[in-house]
Design a protein around this ligand. Structure first.
Ligand SMILES: NC(=O)c1ccc[n+]([C@@H]2O[C@H](COP(=O)([O-])OP(=O)(O)OC[C@H]3O[C@@H](n4cnc5c(N)ncnc54)[C@H](OP(=O)(O)O)[C@@H]3O)[C@@H](O)[C@H]2O)c1
Length: 277
């Protein structure tokens, strides 16, 4: 891609992931614009000329977006009617569009098999979910690239805290995770090299049971779960092979495949920010 062909990147919904993409994209020399429903409150880290007020539910804000841009959609793409109206209004087919979906898009079929089967991008989707209908419409009609993202963790979203708070406990349920730093790199790689109209699973490639993560939390960090047994469901095992092929083509790879090492980094970063006056 030549410098002339690179359009500004607009992050629709600059929350946990969007903020990192803004910072990294800008550091790499891209023109990145960030949206929020309340830019003055939520986008203090963005220079005023790069902030955009945008709310999918408020049609008057749609015209605030630049005419030619790439879009990274970082909140649930629903309801379908509004998504369709928005896409028609801004003529979305001319943009490169990446939508962050969720691995919860896949149907959960009750099965006696344990561990659960691997889930790739061809697995059946749960179209009873409003966001799945929105994402699939954008993918099939507007050639959006949909990322089906596993549980996002990183600094400020620490699985050890989820265990401490009793949000999860030592169950046999499988969970799939992705570190926000990897997700950020993936968003930028997919914006450049992803195949329009395709879906990609985004996870670190190692599904783990909550039992195993709770064991690691107790042994390595002294964190005791406060619930004895968590969720009884078996969860899913997300296959990230398609994503890894794309990253290899882009000359990139995942940085956070060792959960213990990544949790240690988060722990160290949290400890040092607590110590800073
Ligand atoms: N968290 C997870 O573990 C996880 C797992 C799988 C998939 N995902 C999906 O991945 C995406 C990114 O996740 P995240 O945790 O980084 O998101 P996030 O922190 O919730 O950020 C998304 C931002 O979008 C803005 N937003 C929400 N509704 C909007 C609307 N109707 N119109 C315009 N802007 C709106 C909000 O910012 P303002 O309030 O500033 O407008 C919000 O902070 C989301 O779609 C999420 O559902 C998350």
């Amino acid at each position: 891609m030549t410098a002339e062909t690179v359009k500004p990147l607009v992050i629709l919904g600059t929350g946990y992931t969007g903020r990192l993409v803004y910072n990294k994209g800008t550091a790499r020399g891209r023109i990145v614009l960030a949206t929020s429903r309340a830019p003055h409150h939520h986008l203090g880290f963005v220079p005023p000329e790069r902030r955009i007020r945008f709310d999918l539910a408020d049609r008057t804000t749609w015209r605030n977006l630049p005419l030619a841009c790439d879009l990274l959609w970082c909140f649930p793409a629903e309801p379908l009617g509004l998504v369709q109206e928005f896409a028609a209004t801004i003529n979305m087919t001319v943009n490169r569009l990446v939508v962050l979906g969720s691995t919860s898009a896949y149907q959960t079929t009750p099965s006696r098999n344990y561990p659960p089967a691997w889930v790739d991008e061809t697995a059946p989707l749960d179209r009873s979910k409003s966001r799945v209908r929105g994402e699939e419409w954008l993918r099939t009609t507007c050639q959006a690239i949909v990322l089906r993202v596993a549980g996002i963790y990183g600094h400020g979203r620490n699985p050890l805290h989820w265990i401490k708070q009793g949000r999860v406990g030592p169950s046999r349920k499988y969970v799939n995770l992705i570190h926000v730093e990897d997700l950020t790199n993936i968003c930028l790689a997919v914006l450049e090299q992803g195949v329009p109209g395709e879906a990609y699973n985004v996870s670190d490639g190692t599904p783990r049971t909550w039992q195993d993560i709770c064991h690691l939390a107790r042994e390595q960090f002294g964190v005791q779960p406060i619930v004895e047994v968590g969720d009884e469901s078996i969860g899913k095992r997300i296959d990230n092979g398609k994503l890894l092929s794309l990253l290899a083509q882009a000359g990139a790879s995942l940085l956070h495949t060792d959960l213990l090492q990544s949790l240690e980094q988060i722990f160290a970063a949290e400890t040092s920010s607590e110590a800073t006056p």
